[in-house]
Design a protein around this ligand. Structure first.
Ligand SMILES: [Zn+2]
Length: 81
């Protein structure tokens, strides 16, 4: 029991799986792009997020009018309670 708990601290350095390609990345200051294995994977992930947010922003036509409407509805609900 004591063996299993101590082996985590004295064993090999902590590694994480790259979120993009699942390559094991050593969690150390030298791994600049951790948790990503490389700059490429880091950029790919950023690109995926940007792509997604762009797509969502384009699909949901959330203009100021609908936001005003939503706020007005929330205020009405609050007043009723
Ligand atoms: Zn990677």
């Amino acid at each position: 029991m004591s063996d299993s708990s101590s082996s985590q601290q004295t064993g090999s350095p902590l590694t994480v799986a790259c979120p993009q390609c699942r390559t094991p990345v050593v969690w150390s200051p030298e791994s600049t792009f951790r948790p990503f294995c490389s700059k490429r994977c880091h950029l790919l992930d950023l690109g995926a997020w940007a792509d997604e947010s762009h797509r969502i922003a384009g699909e949901t036509a959330m203009d100021e009018t609908s936001i005003d409407e939503m706020v007005a509805r929330m205020e009405r609900d609050l007043n009723q309670q």
